[in-house]
Each structure stands twice: as structure tokens, then as C-alpha cells.
Design a protein. Structure first.
Length: 188
């Protein structure tokens, strides 16, 4: 495998393949998509969550039944999950569960926009949920001493906090969002 290209070498090809697509998966909003975003940013590909919608099949399942992928496949499809956690088995099981959920629940629409809304747990600006939107649609911190405060007000009142955040162990995507907020504020 040493002769195989690494992720960075393939990143632009992968990005071009998915850039106009919406993304779906099982637990994808909390694991797969944040991981993909981090790897894209490490590979210097400007990955932005504003360009696509997501549908997290696990969220539908948890809102409706509260179980795991193995239990979901058994519950919805009466099938056993063989080779759990292998990419192909999990992908096929996720697809089968989503199709069965759409058949079972009349209130679910077979539409990416509706499923995106239904599976969104909390509206956040970043994948990790460190920056969330308040009722007014403003970005706010969801953690620490500034929890609940708008990012703009904190960056204005305590400019050194921005530098600390950029040097702390936060996901690159969170840092990208914070930088965009700061630049937006500087340009107004």
C-alpha cells in the first residue's frame, strides 16, 4: 500500500466528486462529515458546510426508535448486519434502513431538504457544535466562559480570545468559521 496515493493527493478529486452533492450517512453529522471537513482542510481544500445539505439517518432512527445501526437494520428490515463497521456493509445497511424509514413513517418526506431539517439536532455554524446559532440567527459560543455570548461581541470585547482559540486544540473547521466571522466583522 505504500505506492498508493495519500488523501491529500486525492483530496481535490474527492472534493470535485462531492462538491455539488448533498451528504448522507449514519451518524454522519457528528462523525463522517466533520472528519471529512478536517481532512479536506488539512489537504488545503476549502470545504464549506454552506455548500450542501446533510441527512443523518441515525438521527431519524434515534428520534423515532433510539437504537444502533445493527438494531435499526433488524427493526426496519428484519435483517442481521453482517460485517458491522465495514464500509460496504454499513453503507448498504444505512441505505436499506433509510428506505424502510421512508416507507414506515408517513411524516417523513422522501426529500433531502425535509430530511435535512428533520435530522438537524441543533443549528450550528461548525460541525463540532462549538459555534451555535441563537434565536436571532447570530453565531454564539456553546462552551466555556463565553457560553451563550455572540462570537462577534466576544471578539470585540476580548480580542486576545480569538488568538487563543486559533492556537488551542479546536477542529480546523471551527477555526475556519471563527476566522470568517472575524473577517466579516472587520469588513463591516
Amino acid at each position: 500500500m505504500a505506492d498508493e496515493p495519500n488523501f491529500k493527493a486525492l483530496s481535490k478529486t474527492i472534493y470535485n466528486f462531492i462538491k455539488d452533492a448533498d451528504l448522507a450517512g449514519y451518524n454522519s453529522d457528528r462523525f463522517d462529515i466533520p472528519l471529512l471537513a478536517e481532512e479536506m482542510l488539512r489537504a488545503e481544500v476549502d470545504f464549506d458546510r454552506e455548500n450542501f445539505k446533510t441527512v443523518d439517518v441515525q438521527t431519524i432512527f434515534h428520534k423515532m426508535e433510539q437504537r444502533t445501526l445493527t438494531a435499526a437494520l433488524k427493526f426496519y428490515c428484519n435483517e442481521e448486519l453482517v460485517d458491522a463497521h465495514s464500509a460496504m456493509a454499513d453503507t448498504q445497511a444505512t441505505h436499506d434502513v433509510l428506505m424502510a424509514q421512508l416507507e414506515r413513517y408517513d411524516e417523513l418526506e422522501a426529500d433531502v431538504d425535509a430530511l435535512n431539517v428533520f435530522t438537524t439536532r441543533k443549528k450550528s455554524a461548525d460541525f463540532a457544535g462549538f459555534i451555535v446559532f441563537n434565536k436571532e440567527g447570530e453565531e454564539c459560543f456553546s462552551f466555556g466562559k463565553h457560553k451563550g455570548k455572540t462570537v462577534e461581541s466576544v471578539l470585540e470585547e476580548e480580542p486576545g480570545y480569538f488568538g487563543w482559540l486559533l492556537n488551542a486544540d479546536f477542529p480546523m473547521y471551527t477555526k475556519k468559521v471563527l476566522t470568517a466571522i472575524r473577517l466579516r466583522k472587520l469588513n463591516t
